[in-house]
Design a protein around this ligand. Structure first.
Ligand code: NAD
Length: 498
């Protein structure tokens, strides 16, 4: 099988004039397709098509917009298998995991079908004598989304349904590692009746991203990816006068209290650490054991890690798939080596794993490390692979201090049987999304998703109500209708209310 993925501009495929790069299957190492990369000219063509389409789209009734979104939801359900297969082929994750991310992405589409409620303005009668006030929210124009490889369907869905429902044209720049899902979504939007140009896809890397961040015709940029690129996008696009939300990397900690159900906590943390080979922004790469929880937790997590079946994402037996690239695999191995050289204990060692029949795949086994110093990069940095570091502290206060000392603040969890410590944790931890006995506390689509500190740059979280605010701007209107014969005194003073 070999295919070509081109841009989707103005409702049709367009190869553009940029270069190409291979699309690889992480389970086999094989080249499965070719991707056309964009450049400044491709971005300009898409922005012009988007601007022309957006002028009419902003005037389409809320009823019509909602009907299109409902049709889109139905088409997504009918094509879930096709999209999941493309994700597994290019990303590597299991088919079940790929279907799960599509379902979680659809939560935002479902939220967007209620845009009739969210775009209601306020109205106040007689704010002054004979004067009324009301507000309304209007779209920004053409907005862009730049997304990471690890959720090729869900993360773009955090953005485009709400951007489109609120009357914008949306320009998606997905990851160059797994681009196919975005083109299928573009085709389905067209089939659902969305006017051409309202949803477009431009592929590429840094050149395309930088063109999006600086193009005059783009009003806002939503970014999700690693912290260094989030900072770059935030700085570049805000300097160009755009509204920006840039979600960055993570190093999420799960605290295990001595009063927790340790077997349950270990199972949940194993799922958070090794599900999708640890390539989730809400993965759990650090467990913090408190007091007497340490030894039983080590025993339980070792058992959980050792029972996982590692293999290709399209095999029903597979629990843990390959990582995205050979470089990502080598990074996990190197960071384990460095921790071991610094005196850490490697409790479960995935470094030498080979999957029979898939010798060229990017496989590395689940790895568990403990006895590591809190300043070591294998603990402090984002590994983004199936590597769990277990840190040990004597009490709750030191656990809280350790979690709060991380520069990241995306997600965290506490496993405990104590309401007292659960409540203190959610009140005092410096993190945006918190789970109590829940390892991956990803908010549902009708709440918003976002971290603190180096995990988010900008004021708005993604999807849910905050996205409605991000993709619209408010007008406040003050109205007076004096009768043509009415005599009203004018004054040079600043108006007060009577
Ligand atoms: P990445 O930062 O390498 O890439 C993200 C996007 O930026 C891609 O579209 C890519 O093409 C583009 N890009 C890459 N290098 C660039 C450069 N030098 N200049 C401009 N653009 C560039 O991230 P990734 O490896 O695709 O995804 C994994 C990262 O994303 C992890 O750090 C993970 O934590 C993070 N992530 C965060 C969230 C969140 O909600 N906070 C969600 C998913 C993933």
């Amino acid at each position: 099988m070999s295919y070509e993925i081109t841009h989707w501009i103005g409702g049709r495929e367009s190869a553009g004039t940029g270069s190409t790069q291979p699309i690889l299957n992480p389970a086999t190492g094989e080249e499965v397709g070719t991707l056309h990369l964009g450049d400044a000219a491709t971005v300009d063509e898409a922005v012009r098509a988007g601007a022309a389409a957006q002028r009419d789209w902003a005037r389409v009734s809320l009823a019509k917009r909602t009907q299109i979104l409902y049709r889109m939801r139905q088409l997504m359900l009918e094509h879930t298998d096709e999209i999941a297969a493309a994700i597994t082929r290019e990303h590597g994750k299991t088919l079940g995991d790929a279907k799960g991310e599509i379902a979680r992405g659809l939560e935002t589409l479902e939220f967007a079908t209620s845009i009739t409620q969210d775009l209601k303005g306020g109205f106040s009668e007689n704010v002054s004598s004979g004067v009324d006030a009301h507000t309304m929210r209007q779209p920004l124009g053409v907005v862009a989304g730049i997304t990471p490889f690890n959720f090729p369907a869900m993360v773009p869905f955090w953005m485009h349904p709400i951007a489109i429902a609120t009357g914008n044209a949306f320009l998606l720049k997905p990851s160059e590692r797994d681009p196919s899902a975005s083109n299928i979504v573009a085709r389905l939007y067209q089939e659902a009746g969305l006017p051409d140009g309202v949803f477009q896809v431009v592929h590429g890397g840094k050149e395309t991203v930088d063109a999006l961040c600086t193009h005059d015709g783009i009003a806002a940029v939503s970014f999700v990816g690693s912290t260094p690129i989030a900072k770059h996008v935030h700085a570049t696009a805000t300097a160009a006068g755009k509204r920006v939300q840039a979600l960055g990397g993570a190093n999420n900690h799960a605290v295990v209290m001595p009063d927790a159900n340790i077997a349950f906590a270990a199972g949940q943390i194993a799922s958070g650490a090794f599900g999708s080979a640890g390539e989730r922004c809400m993965a759990v790469p650090v467990a913090v054991t408190v007091g007497d929880a340490h030894e039983p937790f080590l025993e339980a997590i070792r058992a959980e890690a050792e029972k996982l079946v590692v293999g290709p994402g399209d095999s029903p037996e597979t629990d843990m798939p390959p990582v995205i690239t050979a470089e990502a695999r080598d990074r996990v191995i190197r960071m384990t080596d460095e921790a071991e050289q610094a005196g850490a204990t490697v409790l479960v060692d995935g470094r030498s794993l080979v999957v029979e029949g898939y010798e060229n795949g990017n496989f590395v086994g689940p790895t568990v490390i403990t006895d590591l110093d809190r300043t070591h990069p294998t603990y402090t940095d984002e590994v983004f692979g199936p590597l769990l570091v277990v840190m040990h502290v004597p009490n709750f206060d030191e656990a809280l201090e350790l979690v709060n000392s991380s520069p990241f603040g995306n997600g965290t969890a506490i496993f405990t049987g104590s309401g007292h410590y659960a409540r203190r944790y959610q009140e005092e931890v410096q993190v945006g999304m918190i789970g109590v006995n829940v390892p991956i506390p990803t908010p549902v689509g009708y709440y918003s998703f976002g971290g603190w500190k180096d995990s988010l740059f900008g004021e708005h979280h993604a999807h849910g109500p905050e996205a409605v605010g991000f993709y619209t701007k408010q007008k406040a209107i003050t109205t007076r209708w004096p009768h043509q014969d009415e005599h009203l005194e004018s004054s040079m003073s600043f108006p007060t209310h009577d």
